[in-house]
Design a protein around this ligand. Structure first.
Ligand SMILES: [Zn+2]
Length: 237
């Protein structure tokens, strides 16, 4: 789905990842669920591109619903997979602490896990080789993505700012649709390791200039990242 001239979304409001298309090639942010492989091929075809045009895949963190087709893309097409050093182990093995699920609504929860099942979410292949990144890195990829450390959801959660796409990709640093309750609007994401730390990290978005804030779950949010921290905290209530 095309959001803007250089900006495409794969997946849907339940699980999303993103494609940035520039003259230098394609940068992907997150790899959704394994079954999103077909969505990726369709989107590439729609814009007249192939996997050979993909220069790199950046993971906002190492959780399985973001690692989806990463290893397949790396293995079959030699695409490097970037992840923050503190989430490298999670992306390679799936190891993570258990977090309480909190409040949930049956329909939304079943919707999330049902969708994950249909997209082979229970059969994640973790990533054998990753390139580790750190806060402040500017990656040598199309769009010159900037890494912003956003610890909290996981220790190595990052936001990715791509000025060429006028967008900040926030992974699960926040959500616009709670996968377990179905509630829409800016709010903290579930399955978060350290909610207080995640909340503090949101301040890091305040300095960024962009028109889109794009989460791993929920509708794309149009607006300034500067307004996000306060809105997410208001969404907790
Ligand atoms: Zn997620």
């Amino acid at each position: 789905m095309k959001l803007a001239p250089h900006l495409h979304r794969l997946g849907n409001d339940i699980v999303a990842s993103y494609l940035v298309d520039t003259d230098e090639g394609i940068t992907l942010v997150d790899a959704g669920l394994p079954g999103h492989w077909n969505d990726l091929q369709r989107e590439l075809e729609a814009i007249g591109k192939t996997p050979a045009d993909i220069r790199g895949l950046i993971l906002t963190h190492g959780d399985s619903d973001h690692v989806g087709f990463a290893e397949r893309l790396r293995r079959e097409h030699g695409v490097p997979v970037f992840v923050h050093a503190a989430d490298a182990q999670r992306a390679r093995t799936g190891e993570k602490p258990k977090t309480p699920m909190g409040r949930m609504k049956l329909g939304a929860t079943l919707g999330f896990f049902g969708y994950a099942l249909r997209k082979n979410g229970m059969r994640t292949t973790y990533v054998k080789e990753v390139v580790e990144v750190r806060d402040g890195d500017v990656l040598d990829l199309p769009g010159a993505p900037v890494v912003i450390g956003m610890p909290g959801h996981s220790p190595g959660s990052i936001a990715v700012h791509i000025p060429a796409a006028d967008a900040v990709f926030v992974g699960d640093a926040l959500t616009t649709r709670h996968v377990l309750t179905g509630r829409e609007g800016l709010q903290p994401a579930p399955f978060t390791d350290d909610p207080a730390e995640a909340s503090a990290s949101l301040e890091r978005l305040a300095a960024l200039k962009a028109s889109w804030v794009l989460p791993g779950h929920g509708a794309p949010w149009r607006g300034s990242p500067a307004d996000v921290a306060a809105a997410v905290r208001a969404g907790t209530a």
